[in-house]
Design a protein around this ligand. Structure first.
Ligand code: GLY
Length: 571
């Protein structure tokens, strides 16, 4: 009898124990942060890849800062709390729309070092050496992020207090922030490569396994950020930090020196702007391919009744795919850094040219790849995007990157930040695909001081002259097609804002031949129909993480992608 009772007690305590375990799993998975994926705000809104960065941007807005102030604080915060792509060791692009409608684009893309060369990733036989442009010190382009933020600050900050914008990032580096489940897993998955690339101890190659909720502290990074806080641009490109970065390079056969850093300059460029029905779309010019390809894609589909065909109707998918093949074929041949190569921007976005490109579009048959060549006339998918609208009516759309997840995996010794592997975005050899499967040519060959071609597509859409959408996404070569689809989801398929971001995506980039769709996005019958038309259809992991703000009915509707830990905030 006593034994029976003991078993009963044991059973009950086991059940309770199991329930507590289940509960803790739940905490582990969902309540490290309470993620907000969609919300409507009256005054100002922010959508970023991490709740801590969103909160910091909103704090700056509440202190009277404008969208630029909030963006600078978010860029530095993401370098700490979203190290897989947020950065001070990478670069990015900004589209800024002032409340009065004036548009600006800032290019703070990385550049090739003075000692780089066209053949630096080739062996004696002229073959591309595996991993050299993606991992370790030779993969690194000269970082542009700190210069970019300082430029934006000088020109547009309302608060005019640089220290106030950098300090929140220092605080979270110094005191730490809690890792989400995805972040803990990702850091554990990459531990070995961090150990291979870095001999010194740092939080990334620590032998401990991380768990959700662990507090991630980055003391060296806090120190570097303090230099930036106190000395502005010079805190990164000169003095102690420049010496550290150059020493890191020297020790490991890298080629970036102190002069490379000193000479780095971000550039204000002319925005690519084009009409689509009663909208005007503004996006990034070269060295991004984003604005040009987005213009081609939107113009290619404009004559077709895509709204009545509907979202992911086979006809819509087919049309969009055929437009994508043509645009990416042009990318491979014609696009590169316009300061080094005569990119025919006006020709590529000329509506007549785009119409001509679609002339052989067959409504019921996929075109064969070799029949599509670039037009003739006489550029781990980890990047991050954030969208901000302030209470004054200014809007910022920023996409920033280390290229692959955690970039080159190089952590600068004593300085605590990760360096990009953006050199892989150049074409190491004509026709040889980079890590995104993108091919390139002369236009995107490596040259000292040149910027590597990008797909980043920070975008702002106006409706009848007024601010309407602020959006962008990470995703390497899929960035452009994700922005394209999200705009159509809102404008043509009239989806609610949250749904427009959540909706499944697909992608074609001319080469390889595959029409990729997110796992589960296309039902079997749809796949069959597309195959019948001649498409080679393949499923893959998730595509993009869009951060979108839509200004309508006097409100700001903010959406963060459900595919990650992305989070909206505002007031
Ligand atoms: N590194 C990805 C891009 O710039 O397109």
């Amino acid at each position: 009898m006593k034994t029976q009772k003991l078993f009963q007690i044991l059973n009950v305590s086991m059940i309770i124990g199991f329930l507590i375990f289940l509960h803790s799993c739940k905490i582990d998975q969902s309540s490290i942060y309470s993620l907000q994926k969609y919300k409507v705000y009256d005054n100002a809104a922010v959508s970023t890849a991490h709740p801590v960065a969103s909160a910091i941007a909103v704090k700056i807005l509440k202190e009277g800062g404008n969208a630029i102030d909030a963006a600078i604080a978010a860029q530095f915060a993401l370098a700490v709390c979203y190290p897989v792509a947020g950065n001070i060791g990478g670069g990015g692009f900004m589209i800024y729309r002032e409340q009065n409608g004036r548009l600006h684009s800032l290019d703070y893309r990385e550049t090739a070092p003075a000692r780089s060369s066209e053949s630096m990733y080739l062996d004696a036989a002229g073959n591309v050496i595996k991993d050299l442009s993606t991992k370790g010190h030779l993969a690194v382009g000269i970082p542009g992020s700190v210069d970019g933020m300082y430029e934006a600050f000088k020109k547009f900050s309302k608060l005019q207090d640089w220290k106030q914008l950098v300090q929140p990032a220092i605080d979270i580096a110094e005191k730490g922030f809690k890792l989400t489940k995805k972040q803990a897993k990702n850091l554990n998955d990459k531990k070995e490569v961090f150990q291979e690339v870095n001999q010194h101890q740092n939080p990334f190659n620590s032998p401990n396994r991380y768990r959700a909720g662990d507090v991630f502290i980055q003391k060296d990074l806090a120190h570097t950020l303090t230099l930036i806080r106190d000395e502005g641009r010079a805190g990164f490109y000169e003095g102690e930090n420049a010496q550290r970065l150059a020493q890191e390079m020297q020790k490991h056969q890298g080629i970036i020196g102190t002069d490379d850093l000193k000479n780095y300059q971000s550039v204000w460029r002319d925005v690519i702007s084009f009409p689509y029905k009663n909208y005007t779309i503004h996006s990034m010019p070269p060295p991004s391919s984003g604005g040009i390809l987005l213009a081609q894609l939107m113009q290619s589909i404009e004559p077709y009744p895509i709204k009545s065909w509907g979202f992911q109707d086979v006809r819509s998918i087919h049309l969009m795919t055929e437009a994508e093949k043509r645009a990416y074929a042009d990318r491979a041949i014609h696009l590169g850094d316009g300061d080094f190569y005569p990119v025919p921007v006006e020709d590529l976005i000329n509506p007549h040219y785009v119409t001509e490109r679609m002339r052989d579009f067959n409504i019921s048959k996929a075109s064969d790849l070799e029949s599509i060549q670039a037009g003739q006339f006489d550029e781990s998918e980890e990047t991050t995007h954030f969208s901000i609208v302030d209470s004054y009516g200014n809007a910022v759309s920023i996409t920033t990157t280390l290229n692959g997840g955690y970039g080159s995996k190089v952590v600068v010794e004593g300085a605590g930040y990760l360096l990009n592997n953006e050199m892989d975005d150049f074409s190491a050899k004509v026709g040889v695909p980079n890590m995104y499967g993108l091919v390139g040519a002369e236009a995107n060959k490596i040259e000292p001081g040149k910027r590597m071609l990008s797909s980043m597509t920070p975008t702002i859409v106006e409706k009848e002259g007024k601010l309407f959408m602020v959006l962008g996404t990470p995703g390497g070569s899929t960035i452009i097609t994700s922005v394209f689809q999200t705009i159509l989801n809102v404008i043509e398929f009239e989806m609610p804002v949250g749904k427009a971001v959540e909706a499944p995506r697909f992608h074609h980039q001319w080469k390889p031949e595959d029409l990729f769709y997110e796992n589960g996005a296309f039902a079997a019958d749809k796949v069959k129909s597309l195959e019948k038309m001649g498409h080679q259809v393949s499923s893959r992991s998730s595509i993009g993480r869009v951060e979108l703000i839509v200004a309508q009915n006097g409100k700001l509707e903010a959406a963060a992608d459900t595919r990650g830990d992305d989070h909206v905030d505002g007031f």
